[in-house]
Design a protein around this ligand. Structure first.
Ligand code: AMP
Ligand code: ZN
Length: 485
């Protein structure tokens, strides 16, 4: 398996530190508001990456923090006359709920910054002892960036360039404008050797990675906007405190854009994940995202989401047709055609794996799935009422399973043929049993007889009555059947 390491700008052969095991960390949200689908793109991308690692046989330990103390949370709390803890609890709960609704697997560990103050203070103490950090007179503690000769290793920047271009706030408490806060003398606060205060954002993640996964880890991820300064600063702290590597591979997702601009809270060009999931399935949103590589920018539009919804319906229809044809075949299958068709399923699985093993190329993998859908439809067309049961069922399973590794659940066929309703339609025909398939067959038979006898009124009445029930008569290559509209 090859993974693009954004710190080295290369695709590298993936070698976990411990054979067969992957330790992975993805920065979680700051819980001051509902997340938008830009944030969701990053979380869904890493969910798919994690699912693929698991499907490939790795034992994955996945940690993700909740940043539940931050200036933005405090600002929101002040605006609403609530405590920061109330705001953080509300949006932590909402985040967890909406991630589950998007079919993102829960992390194995979900530490909250406010519960991890002890380990953060311990890390800061170590950094001060080793000359990498200093306490300022006002009670802040800063990391001395120039004390880290490897600073810039994650984001590929060098210190002198940073000085020239950086929008780094001047602050008289810092020894150097590049230095960043590990601890701030600000409320809400916890006691520390430097007085009451709270941790800086970068400090949280470094301490939690160390505590819950142990450094170095295999994969550290987040959106590309986090590479600098957040990840750079996490890495600087961790490597200076513990003298081990921090993360062997850095993975960064591309930004989700609307009309060419990054979706963000500050620009106001966002849709929350919750509101999108009110109108569309999680499966469609995931499919839309997977059709672009996780590293590329992704243009969001409602049309594209609608398109993904239609693609899903099409795939679900093919799965349904494969199963129906398998169970209703009335003639012997052509063995050579069935074998060739079964081979296509195996080729699709192989192509899917090849794409996913190449830096999680979900777009290529989906291309293989769509190609196979076309092949399935062609097979059904050719086979007519003589589809090979084993090959058709295996093809349906292939489609369902491959999408399942993406966390994409196919929509259920819209309506199971409801016997009670069919009974009403059957009022036009002689049927009193309780078998749905049999009832459907009787109705179709009655319609066929009516047509043969040129009794158009009865034939139309049967069709219209089914239509009123949300059902339709469909002629497929494998025969005529009743389907939901
Ligand atoms: P935040 O709460 O701002 O730290 O964001 C949480 C995660 O969402 C981070 O990994 C960000 O990099 C990511 N993120 C923010 N905006 C976008 C976007 N427009 N597209 C993709 N990821 C984003
Ligand atoms: Zn982080």
């Amino acid at each position: 398996m090859r993974i693009y390491n954004s710190a080295t700008h290369k695709k590298e052969e993936f070698q976990p530190i411990e054979s067969g095991k992957v330790r992975m960390y993805v920065c979680g949200p700051t819980v001051y508001d509902n997340i938008h689908i830009g944030n969701a793109r990053t979380f869904i991308s890493f969910d798919v990456i994690r699912r693929w690692l698991i499907a490939s046989g790795y034992e994955v330990t996945f940690a993700q923090n909740l940043t539940d103390v931050d200036d933005k949370i405090i600002k929101r709390a002040n605006e609403q006359g609530r405590t920061a803890a109330e705001v953080a609890t509300e949006f932590s709960d909402k985040f967890i709920g909406v991630m589950r609704a998007a079919n993102v697997l829960d992390p194995d560990v979900r530490p909250r910054a406010t519960k991890e103050i002890g380990p953060m203070i311990a890390m800061i103490k170590t950094l001060i002892e080793q000359g990498h950090a200093y306490a300022a007179d006002n009670g802040d503690v800063y990391f001395a960036v120039r004390s880290d000769s490897n600073y810039g290793q994650v984001s590929g920047r060098n210190i002198d360039d940073l000085m020239v271009g950086a929008r780094i706030e001047e602050n008289e408490d810092k020894n150097d404008p590049l230095d960043f806060a590990l601890w701030k003398a600000a409320k809400p606060s916890w006691p520390s050797p430097w007085g009451e205060g709270r941790p800086g954002w970068h400090t949280e993640c470094a301490a939690m990675v160390h505590r819950y996964l142990g450094t170095p880890i295999d994969i550290h991820g987040g959106g590309s906007d986090l590479a600098f300064p957040h990840h750079e600063n996490e890495c600087a702290q961790a490597t200076c405190a513990w003298h081990q590597g921090f993360s062997n591979t850095w993975m960064h997702t591309g930004m989700l854009l609307v009309d060419g601009e990054k979706m963000s809270k500050s620009l106001g060009n966002f849709f929350t994940l919750a509101e999108v999931l009110e109108q569309h399935s999680a499966a469609a949103l995931r499919l839309l995202m997977l059709q672009t590589s996780y590293r590329s920018p992704l243009d969001f539009s409602w049309e594209r989401l609608e398109g993904a919804e239609n693609s899903l319906t099409r795939i679900a229809g093919t799965v349904e047709n494969l199963r129906w044809a398998a169970n209703h075949a009335t003639a012997d299958a052509d063995e050579a055609a069935a074998e060739a068709f079964a081979a296509k399923a195996a080729e699709t699985r192989a192509a899917f794996k090849e794409c996913m093993d190449d830096d999680f190329n979900t777009a290529g993998a989906m291309g293989a799935v769509f190609g196979f859908v076309t092949e399935c439809n062609q097979y059904l067309e050719q086979a007519g009422d003589a589809a090979d049961k084993t090959a058709a069922l295996a093809a349906a399973d292939t489609l369902v399973e491959l999408l399942d590794t993406f966390g994409v659940e196919l929509p259920e066929p819209k309506v199971e043929l409801p016997l009670g309703l069919l009974g009403v339609a059957a009022g036009l025909v002689a049927y009193t049993g309780d078998d749905v398939d049999e009832a459907a067959a009787k109705i179709l038979e009655a319609r066929a007889e009516a047509r043969a006898a040129k009794n158009w009124d009865l034939a139309d009445a049967i069709r219209d009555q089914l239509k009123d029930l949300g059902l339709t008569i469909e002629d497929t290559a494998a025969g005529t059947r009743i389907k939901s509209l």
